[in-house]
Design a protein around this ligand. Structure first.
Ligand code: NAG
Ligand code: NAG
Ligand code: NAG
Length: 239
């Protein structure tokens, strides 16, 4: 009787010893894990800022429709231009100023123009700073570093040349960068919205623009609102 009790106690002690050992091991494994996490973070590359001036041709797709965007980014002059050719459709001009005013217009006989005031100006060259690094992936045949601006877009930069290759908005609208000419500048005379953009009666006919921009501001940061406007993601489908 006394012998079996002492064997039970011995077993109990053994179990206690084993479990405390595994506890010690698991406690020790925690700092090891966080060490490896911070090491990976330190190794994360930072996204390359945009050049202060560039021209890029973008091939865009969204929900089965396609367009080409001629993008002229001009940070020193506080302006950004998207010239948008919809497939077998309209040619649209989206001219954005750093004071928050954007003009969306056509230059054909329809003479359409919408003026939108955003709370923020155009994207800063370092707008991608603070993005969440997701590692490397192959996209469009290029090995890319990938960042995500939370809930807004995923951005792919070529590892070898540091040029942007591709980005995808949270809406699913996707851009493929076809050309990227650093330093290219569009002549001043082209940055002129047509007179019918300055007709008061033609302004603010589309209050949904404002609510859309406001909705964006609530969901995402000011910078990202500007980005949304930069890439005409906020344009209503009927324009
Ligand atoms: C996507 O395209 C289909 C077919 O043209 C259309 O019915 C649908 O409303 C579109 N969805 C969005 C979110 O635009
Ligand atoms: C912003 O700048 C553009 C270009 O100079 C101008 O046409 C527009 O009226 C300005 N907007 C405001 C709100 O000052
Ligand atoms: C402004 O718009 C109104 C109504 O669309 C039009 O009758 C008028 O001629 C326009 N004025 C200018 C200067 O374009």
């Amino acid at each position: 009787m006394a012998k079996s009790i002492s064997i039970s106690i011995l077993l109990l002690l053994l179990i206690l010893f084993m479990s405390s050992l595994s506890l010690v091991l698991s406690v020790r494994s925690i700092p090891t894990d966080s060490d490896s996490v911070s090491t990976t973070k330190q190794e994360s590359p930072t996204p390359t800022p945009w050049p202060e001036q560039f021209h890029s041709i973008l091939s865009m797709s969204y929900n089965g429709s396609f367009e080409i965007i001629d993008l002229w980014y001009d940070w020193p002059k506080g302006r950004n231009f998207n010239i948008i050719q919809k497939q077998l459709g309209k040619l649209l001009y989206d001219l954005e100023w750093n004071n928050g005013t954007s003009f969306f217009y056509t230059l054909d006989s329809s003479r359409e123009c919408r003026t939108i005031h955003f709370d923020v100006g155009i994207l800063r060259p370092n707008w991608l700073e603070g993005g969440n690094y997701l590692g490397q992936r192959n996209v469009d045949g290029f090995l890319c570093n990938v960042w995500e601006k939370v809930d807004f877009l995923t951005y792919y930069e070529d590892v070898a040349t540091k040029r942007p290759v591709h980005w995808v908005f949270y809406t699913g609208r996707a851009a493929h960068v076809m050309t990227f000419e650093v330093g290219a500048v569009l002549e001043d005379s082209k940055w002129q919205a047509p007179v019918y953009c300055f007709n008061k009666s033609g302004e603010d006919k589309h209050p949904e623009f404002h609510s859309h921009a406001a909705a964006h501001s609530n969901l995402i940061t000011a910078e990202e609102t500007a980005f949304a406007s930069s890439f005409s993601d906020s344009l209503p489908a009927n324009f």
